[in-house]
Ligand binder design. Structure first.
Ligand code: EPZ
Length: 420
């Protein structure tokens, strides 16, 4: 296992280019199962999560070729069983259920484990499949779905924590080949859902309303192959903007859709960081008098849960008392204990973190836990006095393409070493 050493205090400058979106690539790669014809997907980031998804497609019988960021999938003859040994490494594997049900009218996928950010139920996914006419059985750690035929239905996918992103994706992918019209009420509006809908429509699907709470899918008899460019990763973009706020002297994030990071740029501007937005580039400048913030995570277009840990790292050295409330995954605070080991002053009150900004953080050995908490520790290390040693960086490699190298390109003194 590798670890990352960050020698703090080096101001960042320059620009970085954002990779393709992990959370768009995963469902789009799963959607290639919906046709026998080859699909070509450009801009797939080189991550362990995308690697795991390709392994699942290969296990199911698809032909997969990868040439740097371009992946070609031919799912001519496929099976419908994704067992534990291929699924266990990534919870998002659950998004092969929908396309397998749509294409094969049956699927068996190992249940996703929970994870450190909290329980990860799939009740809304299964509710959607049942509404389309599928029978659902959960047994032996697997979820089995099967249907003699799928029939369009009106489905409300809003849960007690709001819409479900992968649930919306899964039901959409099952409905595209159903008989008749499906209406998803309470749909997730994330840009990654829109990207998937655009990909499916290029395959011949008939989907309207993606990006709103109400998606309408008119079932078709078959889908064909297509070519697609994945949208930029808005969470990677937001992570680098926070890096520029924590210890930058002016950095620019390129290849970004500004609208997709609007809630993050608004939050940073509210702290007092000057932000300038061009067509596909966003620049952030330092501000010694940045001020505290009250922040609540919400479904898109609200402030994303996936940026909460990174903002906690920034607010830990922002003067004043900040209050961060996590509405999507109330337990998503694995970063708090580690940030406190670096000198941060923050207290958890249920799903709320109360953060008293401090003047300095101190480098320390810390442990990565989940993807975004790990990124937060790296960001804090950039600011801290001394050396921060982040272990178990495989968590970071799941969702960030060359994070340490990109930060080095901005001037950070950061090195990856093999953990002895
Ligand atoms: C997606 O996960 C993202 N992952 C997550 O990003 C992101 O944090 C999350 O959406 C919220 O934006 C991918 O896209 C691969 P949800 P997903 O279903 O779809 C509850 C990252 O760091 N819920 O939108 O699994 C659930 O417990 C990852 O890149 C149910 O109750 O999340 C949560 O509280 C982490 N029943 C809320 O809804 C269900 O059937 C939102 O979850 C499904 C979800």
């Amino acid at each position: 296992m590798d670890k990352i050493l960050i020698h703090g205090g080096r101001p960042l400058a320059g620009s970085i280019k954002v990779s393709g979106s992990k959370n768009s690539s995963l469902p789009i790669l799963a959607a290639t199962l919906l046709t026998r014809e080859p699909c070509v997907v450009h801009g797939v980031p080189d991550l362990s999560d995308t690697h795991y998804m390709l392994q699942i497609l290969i296990h199911l019988g698809a032909q997969v070729e990868r040439a740097s960021g371009t992946v070609t999938v031919s799912a001519d003859n496929i099976g419908s069983v994704a067992p534990y040994n291929v699924v266990r490494k990534m919870r998002a594997s659950i998004c092969v259920l929908g396309p397998l049900l749509g294409r094969c009218k049956e699927a068996t996928v190992s249940l996703p484990g929970g994870c450190v950010i909290g329980d990860r139920p799939i009740d809304l996914h299964l509710k959607g499949f049942e509404a389309l006419g599928a029978a659902v059985r959960v047994e032996g750690g697997n979820v089995k779905v099967f249907a003699p035929k799928l029939t369009g239905a009106i489905i409300n996918l809003r849960g007690k924590f709001g819409p479900t992103v992968l649930g919306t994706d899964n039901v959409m992918m099952a409905a595209v080949l159903a008989d008749g019209v499906t209406v998803i009420e309470g749909a997730a509006q994330e840009p990654e859902v829109v990207d998937l809908a655009n990909f499916l429509n290029k395959m011949g699907a008939r989907i309207e309303g993606a990006g709103t709470r109400r998606i309408i899918i008119e079932g078709v008899s078959a889908l064909h192959g297509t070519e697609h460019d994945v949208i930029p990763d808005r969470i990677e973009a937001g992570t680098f903007l926070v890096a520029g706020a924590i210890c930058g002297k002016g950095i620019t994030v390129k290849r970004v859709e500004p609208e997709h990071v609007r809630s993050t740029t608004n939050a940073l501007a509210s702290c007092g960081f000057p932000i300038s937005i061009a067509d596909h580039a966003i620049s952030i400048s330092p501000n010694g008098e940045a001020k505290a913030l009250e922040l609540t995570t919400e479904p898109y277009p609200g402030f994303p849960s996936d940026m909460q840990a990174q903002m906690c790292a920034l607010l830990s050295t922002t003067d004043g008392i900040s209050v961060v409330t996590e509405n999507i995954f109330p337990q998503r605070y694995m970063h708090v204990a580690e940030l406190k080991r670096m000198g941060a002053e923050m207290q958890l009150e249920g799903a709320t973190a109360v953060i008293q900004g401090v003047d300095r953080l101190f480098g320390a050995p810390v442990m990565a836990s989940d993807l975004r908490a790990s990124a937060a520790l790296v960001l804090a290390g950039l600011k801290a006095d001394g050396i921060t040693e982040v272990s178990r960086v495989y968590h970071i490699d799941r969702g960030y393409e060359r994070l340490d190298e990109k930060l080095s390109e901005l001037g950070a003194h950061i090195e990856r070493v093999k953990e002895t």
